[in-house]
Design a binder for this molecule. Structure first.
Ligand code: GLU
Length: 265
Protein backbone atom coordinates (compact mmCIF):
# COMPACT_ATOMS: atom_id res chain seq x y z
CA UNK A 1 0.00 0.00 0.00
CA UNK A 2 1.18 3.54 -0.81
CA UNK A 3 0.19 6.92 0.59
CA UNK A 4 -1.55 9.07 -1.99
CA UNK A 5 0.76 12.08 -2.07
CA UNK A 6 -0.56 13.55 -5.33
CA UNK A 7 -3.08 15.82 -3.63
CA UNK A 8 -0.81 16.92 -0.81
CA UNK A 9 0.20 20.49 -1.39
CA UNK A 10 0.45 22.22 1.99
CA UNK A 11 2.49 20.45 4.65
CA UNK A 12 3.20 21.35 8.27
CA UNK A 13 6.42 19.71 9.49
CA UNK A 14 7.00 19.65 13.24
CA UNK A 15 10.48 18.92 14.55
CA UNK A 16 11.13 18.33 18.22
CA UNK A 17 14.00 19.32 20.47
CA UNK A 18 15.27 15.76 20.65
CA UNK A 19 15.57 15.68 16.85
CA UNK A 20 17.32 19.03 16.57
CA UNK A 21 19.69 19.12 19.50
CA UNK A 22 22.43 17.08 21.11
CA UNK A 23 22.06 15.90 24.70
CA UNK A 24 24.29 18.90 25.56
CA UNK A 25 21.45 21.17 24.46
CA UNK A 26 23.39 22.63 21.53
CA UNK A 27 22.10 22.30 17.98
CA UNK A 28 22.84 19.11 16.10
CA UNK A 29 24.14 20.89 13.03
CA UNK A 30 24.39 17.82 10.82
CA UNK A 31 20.72 17.09 11.38
CA UNK A 32 19.71 20.69 10.88
CA UNK A 33 21.64 20.80 7.57
CA UNK A 34 19.90 17.65 6.36
CA UNK A 35 16.49 18.83 7.50
CA UNK A 36 16.82 22.17 5.73
CA UNK A 37 18.11 20.51 2.54
CA UNK A 38 15.12 18.11 2.50
CA UNK A 39 12.61 20.86 3.18
CA UNK A 40 14.18 23.04 0.48
CA UNK A 41 13.95 20.13 -1.93
CA UNK A 42 10.29 19.51 -1.09
CA UNK A 43 9.67 23.22 -1.53
CA UNK A 44 11.37 23.07 -4.94
CA UNK A 45 9.10 20.16 -5.89
CA UNK A 46 6.10 22.46 -5.40
CA UNK A 47 5.03 21.76 -1.83
CA UNK A 48 4.12 24.59 0.54
CA UNK A 49 6.00 24.09 3.80
CA UNK A 50 5.32 25.42 7.28
CA UNK A 51 7.94 24.40 9.84
CA UNK A 52 7.05 24.17 13.53
CA UNK A 53 10.37 24.03 15.28
CA UNK A 54 11.23 23.51 18.93
CA UNK A 55 14.71 24.00 20.27
CA UNK A 56 14.56 27.55 21.65
CA UNK A 57 14.67 26.58 25.29
CA UNK A 58 17.31 23.91 24.79
CA UNK A 59 19.61 26.22 22.75
CA UNK A 60 19.03 29.05 25.21
CA UNK A 61 19.88 26.91 28.21
CA UNK A 62 23.10 25.82 26.58
CA UNK A 63 24.03 29.43 25.77
CA UNK A 64 22.95 31.14 28.99
CA UNK A 65 24.41 28.51 31.26
CA UNK A 66 21.34 28.28 33.52
CA UNK A 67 21.42 25.02 35.41
CA UNK A 68 18.77 22.60 34.12
CA UNK A 69 18.46 20.97 37.54
CA UNK A 70 17.55 24.15 39.40
CA UNK A 71 15.86 25.95 36.52
CA UNK A 72 13.12 28.43 37.42
CA UNK A 73 10.26 29.34 35.10
CA UNK A 74 11.73 32.82 34.72
CA UNK A 75 15.12 31.42 33.71
CA UNK A 76 13.43 29.18 31.16
CA UNK A 77 11.59 32.17 29.70
CA UNK A 78 14.86 34.11 29.49
CA UNK A 79 16.63 31.11 27.94
CA UNK A 80 13.93 30.87 25.27
CA UNK A 81 14.52 34.52 24.33
CA UNK A 82 18.20 33.73 23.70
CA UNK A 83 17.61 30.38 22.03
CA UNK A 84 14.89 31.54 19.67
CA UNK A 85 17.35 34.07 18.15
CA UNK A 86 19.88 31.38 17.51
CA UNK A 87 17.28 29.01 16.14
CA UNK A 88 15.82 31.42 13.63
CA UNK A 89 19.23 32.79 12.62
CA UNK A 90 20.38 29.25 11.95
CA UNK A 91 17.35 28.51 9.75
CA UNK A 92 17.60 31.86 7.98
CA UNK A 93 21.23 31.28 6.98
CA UNK A 94 20.63 27.76 5.78
CA UNK A 95 17.41 28.39 3.86
CA UNK A 96 19.08 31.45 2.29
CA UNK A 97 21.70 29.10 0.82
CA UNK A 98 18.84 27.61 -1.20
CA UNK A 99 17.41 31.01 -2.09
CA UNK A 100 14.43 30.54 0.25
CA UNK A 101 13.02 33.29 2.47
CA UNK A 102 11.73 32.35 5.89
CA UNK A 103 9.51 34.14 8.42
CA UNK A 104 9.26 33.79 12.16
CA UNK A 105 5.87 33.41 13.83
CA UNK A 106 5.69 33.08 17.62
CA UNK A 107 2.33 32.09 19.04
CA UNK A 108 0.85 31.92 22.53
CA UNK A 109 -2.31 30.40 23.89
CA UNK A 110 -3.86 33.86 24.11
CA UNK A 111 -3.42 34.17 20.34
CA UNK A 112 -4.94 30.81 19.62
CA UNK A 113 -7.87 31.36 21.99
CA UNK A 114 -8.68 34.77 20.55
CA UNK A 115 -10.65 34.79 17.29
CA UNK A 116 -9.25 38.03 15.95
CA UNK A 117 -5.62 37.25 16.79
CA UNK A 118 -5.81 33.74 15.39
CA UNK A 119 -7.42 35.14 12.25
CA UNK A 120 -4.47 37.57 11.98
CA UNK A 121 -2.04 34.66 12.33
CA UNK A 122 -3.94 32.68 9.74
CA UNK A 123 -3.99 35.60 7.27
CA UNK A 124 -0.25 36.14 7.75
CA UNK A 125 0.46 32.47 7.14
CA UNK A 126 -1.61 32.59 3.96
CA UNK A 127 0.11 35.72 2.67
CA UNK A 128 3.59 34.35 3.41
CA UNK A 129 2.87 31.04 1.70
CA UNK A 130 1.45 32.90 -1.26
CA UNK A 131 4.77 34.73 -1.60
CA UNK A 132 6.74 31.48 -1.51
CA UNK A 133 8.02 32.07 2.02
CA UNK A 134 8.48 29.31 4.59
CA UNK A 135 6.94 30.32 7.94
CA UNK A 136 8.79 28.94 10.96
CA UNK A 137 6.58 28.75 14.02
CA UNK A 138 7.30 28.23 17.70
CA UNK A 139 5.52 29.02 20.91
CA UNK A 140 6.58 32.36 22.39
CA UNK A 141 8.03 30.64 25.43
CA UNK A 142 9.16 33.92 27.00
CA UNK A 143 5.50 34.88 27.49
CA UNK A 144 4.28 31.46 28.56
CA UNK A 145 4.44 29.44 31.73
CA UNK A 146 3.01 26.07 32.73
CA UNK A 147 -0.43 27.52 33.47
CA UNK A 148 -0.94 29.40 30.23
CA UNK A 149 1.21 27.58 27.72
CA UNK A 150 -0.13 25.93 24.59
CA UNK A 151 1.12 22.64 25.94
CA UNK A 152 3.73 21.16 23.72
CA UNK A 153 4.79 21.84 20.17
CA UNK A 154 2.77 18.75 19.19
CA UNK A 155 -0.34 20.71 20.12
CA UNK A 156 1.06 23.88 18.55
CA UNK A 157 1.71 22.06 15.26
CA UNK A 158 -1.85 20.73 15.17
CA UNK A 159 -3.21 24.22 15.75
CA UNK A 160 -0.99 25.63 13.02
CA UNK A 161 -2.11 22.88 10.62
CA UNK A 162 -5.69 23.96 11.24
CA UNK A 163 -4.88 27.70 11.00
CA UNK A 164 -3.28 27.28 7.58
CA UNK A 165 -5.66 24.59 6.27
CA UNK A 166 -2.82 22.14 5.69
CA UNK A 167 -3.27 18.86 3.84
CA UNK A 168 -0.78 16.98 5.98
CA UNK A 169 0.96 17.32 9.35
CA UNK A 170 4.24 15.46 9.77
CA UNK A 171 5.37 15.09 13.38
CA UNK A 172 9.08 14.25 13.45
CA UNK A 173 10.12 12.94 16.82
CA UNK A 174 12.54 10.47 18.38
CA UNK A 175 9.95 7.70 18.32
CA UNK A 176 9.08 5.61 15.26
CA UNK A 177 5.34 6.06 15.60
CA UNK A 178 2.61 4.21 17.44
CA UNK A 179 2.99 0.71 18.88
CA UNK A 180 0.19 -1.35 20.40
CA UNK A 181 2.01 -1.04 23.75
CA UNK A 182 5.05 0.85 25.05
CA UNK A 183 8.08 -0.55 23.12
CA UNK A 184 10.45 0.57 25.88
CA UNK A 185 8.89 -1.84 28.35
CA UNK A 186 7.53 -4.44 25.92
CA UNK A 187 9.98 -5.70 23.28
CA UNK A 188 7.09 -7.59 21.64
CA UNK A 189 5.15 -4.38 20.98
CA UNK A 190 3.67 -4.34 17.48
CA UNK A 191 4.10 -1.30 15.24
CA UNK A 192 0.93 0.33 13.87
CA UNK A 193 1.40 1.64 10.33
CA UNK A 194 -2.08 2.95 9.59
CA UNK A 195 -4.81 4.39 11.77
CA UNK A 196 -8.22 4.90 10.18
CA UNK A 197 -9.77 6.65 13.22
CA UNK A 198 -8.21 7.80 16.50
CA UNK A 199 -10.45 5.79 18.82
CA UNK A 200 -10.20 5.31 22.59
CA UNK A 201 -8.53 1.99 21.84
CA UNK A 202 -5.79 3.83 19.91
CA UNK A 203 -5.38 6.23 22.85
CA UNK A 204 -4.93 3.31 25.20
CA UNK A 205 -2.08 2.03 23.01
CA UNK A 206 -0.19 5.32 23.29
CA UNK A 207 -0.69 5.84 27.02
CA UNK A 208 2.59 6.28 28.83
CA UNK A 209 4.90 6.17 25.82
CA UNK A 210 7.05 9.28 25.80
CA UNK A 211 10.06 10.76 24.08
CA UNK A 212 13.52 11.11 25.56
CA UNK A 213 14.00 14.88 25.63
CA UNK A 214 10.96 16.62 24.14
CA UNK A 215 8.00 17.78 26.18
CA UNK A 216 5.28 15.92 24.32
CA UNK A 217 4.71 12.20 24.69
CA UNK A 218 2.62 9.85 22.57
CA UNK A 219 -0.59 10.95 24.31
CA UNK A 220 -0.25 14.55 23.12
CA UNK A 221 0.67 13.32 19.64
CA UNK A 222 -2.49 11.22 19.54
CA UNK A 223 -4.57 14.16 20.74
CA UNK A 224 -3.06 16.19 17.88
CA UNK A 225 -3.81 13.35 15.48
CA UNK A 226 -7.45 13.28 16.56
CA UNK A 227 -7.72 17.07 16.36
CA UNK A 228 -6.32 17.38 12.84
CA UNK A 229 -7.84 14.26 11.29
CA UNK A 230 -11.30 15.38 12.46
CA UNK A 231 -10.62 18.57 10.51
CA UNK A 232 -9.74 16.80 7.29
CA UNK A 233 -5.95 16.89 7.73
CA UNK A 234 -3.90 13.68 7.60
CA UNK A 235 -1.02 13.21 10.01
CA UNK A 236 2.14 11.12 10.16
CA UNK A 237 4.24 10.44 13.26
CA UNK A 238 7.72 9.34 12.30
CA UNK A 239 11.27 9.15 13.59
CA UNK A 240 13.23 12.20 12.53
CA UNK A 241 16.64 10.74 13.43
CA UNK A 242 17.44 10.94 9.72
CA UNK A 243 15.49 13.88 8.25
CA UNK A 244 15.85 12.32 4.78
CA UNK A 245 12.94 10.11 5.81
CA UNK A 246 10.84 12.98 4.44
CA UNK A 247 11.79 11.86 0.93
CA UNK A 248 10.26 8.46 1.65
CA UNK A 249 7.02 10.10 2.74
CA UNK A 250 6.78 11.93 -0.56
CA UNK A 251 7.61 8.74 -2.45
CA UNK A 252 4.37 7.46 -0.88
CA UNK A 253 6.06 5.01 1.50
CA UNK A 254 4.71 4.20 4.94
CA UNK A 255 7.62 5.16 7.19
CA UNK A 256 5.83 5.91 10.45
CA UNK A 257 2.24 5.83 11.64
CA UNK A 258 -0.19 7.37 9.18
CA UNK A 259 -3.48 8.79 10.49
CA UNK A 260 -6.12 9.16 7.79
CA UNK A 261 -8.04 12.42 7.44
CA UNK A 262 -11.67 11.97 8.52
CA UNK A 263 -13.48 14.34 6.26
CA UNK A 264 -12.77 16.80 3.50
CA UNK A 265 -11.94 20.35 4.51
N1 GLU B 1 8.69 25.67 22.44
C1 GLU B 1 9.72 24.90 23.11
C2 GLU B 1 11.09 25.25 22.53
O1 GLU B 1 11.20 25.76 21.48
C3 GLU B 1 9.55 23.44 23.00
C4 GLU B 1 8.21 22.87 23.36
C5 GLU B 1 8.06 21.45 22.80
O2 GLU B 1 8.99 20.89 22.21
O3 GLU B 1 6.99 20.88 22.94
O4 GLU B 1 12.09 24.97 23.13
Amino acid sequence: MKINVENIKRVVVKVGTSTLTHASGYMNLRKVEKLVACLADLYNSGKEIILVSSGAVSCGLAKTGFDRKTLTTEQKQAAAAVGQCQLIDMYDRRFSDYGITIAQILLTRSVIDNKERSRNASTTLELLLGQGIIPIVNENDTLSNEQIKIGSNDTLAATVAKLCHADLLINMSDINGLYDSDPRSNPEAKFIEYVETVTDEIFAMGAGAGTARGTGGMATKLESARYVTERGIAMIILNGANPEILYDVFDGDFVGTYFAAQETK
